[in-house]
Design a binder for this molecule. Structure first.
Ligand SMILES: Nc1ncnc2c1ncn2[C@@H]1O[C@H](COP(=O)(O)OP(=O)(O)O)[C@@H](O)[C@H]1O
Ligand SMILES: [Mg+2]
Length: 462
């Protein structure tokens, strides 16, 4: 049959999704069509290939935040806010979590759908998101950050940790997470649990440093009635509670020696006794421990058992301090600012001068300190934009010692520890933008010529 120009072609009042599925699948991509309230209206069949058979069906009607993380698509999610403001975002890392399937690290680009006159896309669709497996992204050092189970980063060192967590998915191995306070050790422990086969069971945290020593044993292992004054009934310990799940022993370096012996035995034989009882019980709990102490040193000093140390660090994860991954500072600051501002029902931006100060500071309290600094700034900031003068005084004080200032300087261009703080700060900003001058100039709010002049003055021209 002839089709003349004036005989209207019947287009179903929907996106021809089956055909689109084929297209996206062939390109190794998966497509989500999202409505105004951020629920999935359509999903391309390629999700079955990406995640596993039957996954696509599960997506329909789900809130996008539940699938790709509330940090990105929840009510205050970073990408949601961008979409609502009519903006497009490319190549963000995220975890795709569909109930019943193992989470996948993916890369997501999203945009508002323009309903042009004359086309008949499903009117319910307001936004589109295109996903691809992250193995295909050149994610190391990429400009766009990754949000992995609530952990935001773009530094190669953190992305490596994300990959390790993915690879640990089938394993029950004991993990020891080390790193300074506030680097995100607990978040990492939770992510390991969420990516493991135990994710449907409990994640039970215990802070070994915060519980008084005389209570800690009963807290961990439980007790029977009458075991000590105040033990008025039998009580299960956290090993019991976590039996099918994960037990997170935070500040494990604070564990007293006699409990270290008991812990070693659970790790080796899976057995323990409640306080005041002689019958042995078993626990299948998976153990993740964390510490900001130097356990090797503690072993040398005799305050930590060496056999326990090695038994715990079957899989060691070292979380670098924030100052050694400066490229994470800016995206983290924006992400945390959104989170903090939402709590106060405000919406704030970061001025380039504030970013510059934050990049030059050494953050001894790491991400926790960054979060607190933003909360401080939000409290003192009158307008809509946080400037350098709104930051806490210690962040702005250039005389603060910066012990390992030069540790992230690229070795081929980095002078050394005595580099001028201005130069160090500019270098960090350049690092964060992959030394692309146009992007760096934009981030700093200066012209390219001004940037070039500053680089020459600070001897940063390569
Ligand atoms: N990479 C990150 N992305 C988002 N939030 C982070 C990140 N790292 C740390 N945080 C936040 O910083 C705070 C401290 O993290 P936490 O895991 O408790 O650190 P640690 O256990 O190492 O002291 C928490 O509020 C946490 O949500
Ligand atoms: Mg902690």
């Amino acid at each position: 049959m002839d089709e003349t120009a004036d005989s209207p072609v019947e287009i179903p009042p929907e996106l021809p999704l089956d055909e689109l599925s084929v297209v996206f699948g062939s390109l190794g991509r998966a497509l989500l069509c999202i409505d105004e309230s951020f629920h999935v209206v359509h999903a391309s069949k390629s999700f079955d290939l990406l995640v596993g058979g039957g996954a696509t069906e599960r997506l329909i009607g789900q809130p996008v935040g539940r699938i790709l993380g509330d940090g990105l698509f929840g009510p205050d999610g970073t990408l949601r806010r961008a979409l609502e403001a009519g903006q497009r975002r490319e190549g963000w890392g995220a975890t795709l979590e569909i109930e019943g399937y193992r989470p996948r690290l993916i890369s997501v680009s999203c945009a508002p759908l323009r309903h042009e006159a004359g086309t008949r896309c499903d009117p319910r669709v307001s936004y589109l998101a295109v996903l691809r497996p992250s193995e295909q992204t050149e994610s190391l050092g990429a400009a766009a950050p990754t949000l992995f189970s609530g952990i935001l980063a773009r530094s190669a060192s953190m992305l490596k940790i994300f990959q390790l967590i993915e690879h640990l998915g089938e394993s029950d191995a004991t993990v020891l997470i080390t790193g300074e306070s506030g680097t995100g050790k607990e978040l990492i422990a939770r992510a390991i649990h969420m990516h493991s086969r135990r994710r449907a069971a409990r994640f039970v945290p215990v802070n070994c440093g915060a519980i008084p020593e005389q209570l800690l044993e009963s807290e961990l292992f439980g007790h029977v009635r009458g075991a000590f004054t105040g033990a008025i009934r039998d009580r299960d310990g956290r090993f019991q509670l976590a039996s099918k799940g994960t037990l997170f022993l935070d500040e494990v370096g604070d564990l007293p020696l006699h409990l270290q012996v008991k812990l070693l035995r659970v790790l080796q034989e899976r057995t323990f006794e409640r306080v005041g009882e002689s019958t042995s019980r078993t626990s299948e709990a998976r153990i993740i421990a964390a510490t900001n102490a130097d356990l090797r040193q503690a072993c040398a000093e005799g305050t930590f058992r060496e056999d326990l140390f090695y038994r715990l660090r079957v899989v060691p994860i070292e979380v670098p301090p924030l100052r050694q991954r400066r490229e994470d500072i800016e995206p983290l600051a924006r992400h945390l600012l959104e989170r903090v501002a939402a709590r106060y029902d405000r919406s704030l931006r970061l001025a380039p001068d504030a970013v510059r100060e934050m990049l030059a500071y050494w953050w001894p309290g790491n991400v926790r300190e960054l979060e607190n600094a933003l909360e401080f700034s939000l409290a003192v900031c009158r307008g809509e934009t946080i400037h350098d003068q709104d930051l806490p005084p210690e962040v702005r004080d250039r005389s603060t010692p910066r012990s390992d200032e030069a540790s992230t300087a690229p070795s081929d261009v980095g002078p050394g520890a005595d580099e001028d703080p201005e130069a160090a700060s500019l270098r960090a900003i350049l690092d964060a933008h992959g030394w692309r001058r146009e992007a760096t100039a934009r981030a700093l709010g200066v012209s390219r010529t001004t940037l070039w002049r500053r680089m020459r003055e600070l001897r940063l021209l390569q």
